[in-house]
Ligand binder design. Structure first.
Ligand code: PLP
Length: 455
């Protein structure tokens, strides 16, 4: 049998890991952790270490780890038919059932679902759909996509360009020039003295309008955004933001792509994030919670406006010429159907709302008066604590101090996985939606110890 140390050295010798210091990892200077099993909100390492996963993998294991019901559904589907493609009208029972459910569950006006494997490729599909739609309706210049600074939409070529964090662009020749970035809707950092959330939202909407006018509305195809800005810092929209943004988009015939990769499937207390904020998207990007990551699967959910043009344009252009070998994979569909059953049966969106609120309330109770805590925020089962060197002046810590990363490491040492978000000193929490109040209290207790150690 291969020993744990042998496994680690095989891995160091042969894997290029995402977002990992390649040289340090290969040389053994950076950590290697072999994950062996998971149950509920906890994972276990091959060395016996048990950790509370307060980030749900990468905000994806919504129904929690170790659901045998999902494993059984995947196995049953694999025994019957592990794979067939979905080109040229081929389908499976699992896929047909899933698609009907998704349309029913999605915000009003959604017509069709196109499947992929990751949030990045679903955003790639959605960008291409915007271009295809505007080509078919005789507006070939209407192609630019506006996203937001600090938005995260993936790291493939188009999705990586839409991502508004420079860390994901550097040395990769991104972003593509077809993408523009609008301002972050973060009241804490962006508001002027005395500006209310409503006023700040209005200003951000006015800025978006000015950007569309500057580019020329005839060249702007879509605006893409997460209902709650995720990887860029877990930032819920300020009051009135979506209403004002939606009005600007309508005025200039600019499509809205709601990137629901994090917010979808109950994470913020509603089926989709768009439902919570009254957004009316033309395209939805879904992944992560769709299968709770038991099988890779993503979905582009396509609204009527686009579908009608695609349908009627088929006579001009023939078959829809986009798709992947694994689009609509039966194992993903089988997993997703059971995930949606669990989400409904266990009222996980309600639990996300209730236990997520409790988690934030406890953070506020324990940490709001800490001199280095600038803001505690979140919605549903998302929470963030932003740390600053000086609360009064909002002076940031020197990035060289790596305060966020040290806090996350201090929590990890005590058995808790949190995420140091890539911008600023922010500790992020996005636990599985099955979190209990007792788990939440344990997360808060460990976080407080980590804060004590680092600050
Ligand atoms: N969109 C959002 C909002 C995300 O948070 C992510 C990943 O975290 C993606 C897209 C990209 O998804 P993937 O990593 O599956 O490509």
């Amino acid at each position: 049998m291969t020993s744990l140390e042998q496994l680690k050295s095989m891995d160091r010798a042969s894997v290029l890991h995402p977002f990992t210091q390649a040289k340090d990892y290969a040389s053994g200077a950076a950590d290697c952790f072999v994950v062996e099993s998971g149950s509920g909100v906890r994972i276990k390492g091959a060395d016996g270490t048990e950790l509370i996963d307060a980030f749900g993998g990468l905000y994806c294991v919504n129904v929690g780890y170790g659901r045998l019901e999902i494993a059984d559904a995947i196995a049953e589907q694999a025994r019957k038919l592990a794979y067939y493609h979905s080109y040229a009208g081929h389908t499976t029972e699992a896929l047909a059932r899933l698609s009907a459910r998704l349309i029913e569950m999605a915000p009003a006006g959604m017509s069709k679902v196109f499947y992929g494997l990751s949030g990045s490729d679903a955003n790639e599909t959605n960008a291409k759909l915007v271009w295809y739609y505007n080509n078919l309706r005789g507006q070939p210049r209407k192609k630019k996509i506006i996203s937001r600074e600090r938005g995260y939409h993936g790291c493939s070529v188009i999705s990586g360009s839409m991502t508004g964090l420079s860390f994901y662009h550097q040395h990769m020749d991104l972003p593509l020039p077809i993408v523009r970035h609008a301002g972050v809707p973060h009241h804490y950092w962006g508001a002027q003295a005395g500006e209310t959330e409503q006023q700040f939202s209005k200003r951000r909407a006015d800025e978006l309008e000015a950007l569309i006018l500057q580019e020329g509305p005839e060249t702007v195809g879509a605006f893409i955004a997460e209902p709650v800005l995720g990887t860029g810092g877990l930032i819920p929209p300020p009051e009135g933001y979506w209403k004002q943004i939606q009005a600007v988009l309508n005025r200039y015939d600019v499509l809205l792509i709601a990137d629901e990769v994090v917010c979808g499937f109950g994470r913020i207390g509603t089926p989709f994030g768009s439902d919570r904020y009254g957004m009316r998207p033309d395209l939805i990007t879904a992944a992560k919670g769709l299968t709770s990551a038991y099988v890779p699967m993503s979905a582009s959910i396509i609204g009527e406006r686009i579908w009608n043009v695609v349908r009627d344009g088929a006579e001009q252009v023939g078959a829809f010429s986009h798709g992947y070998t694994y689009s609509g994979h039966p194992l993903g569909a089988a997993a997703a159907n059971v995930c949606l059953d669990i989400l409904e049966r266990e009222n996980l969106a309600d639990n996300a709302e209730r236990v997520g609120s409790h988690l934030r309330e406890q953070f506020v109770r324990e940490l709001a008066s800490n001199e280095f805590v600038g803001e505690i925020r979140g919605v549903g089962m998302l929470a963030a604590i932003e740390f600053v060197a000086d609360r009064a002046t909002k002076r940031r810590f020197d990035p060289a101090l790596k305060v966020g990363a040290r806090l996350s490491a201090a929590a990890r040492k005590r058995g808790l996985i949190t995420r140091a978000m890539p911008h600023g000193d922010i500790l992020g929490f996005a636990p599985p939606l099955v979190l209990t109040r007792a788990d939440a209290d344990q997360i808060v207790a460990i976080t407080c110890e980590a804060v004590k150690e680092v600050t």
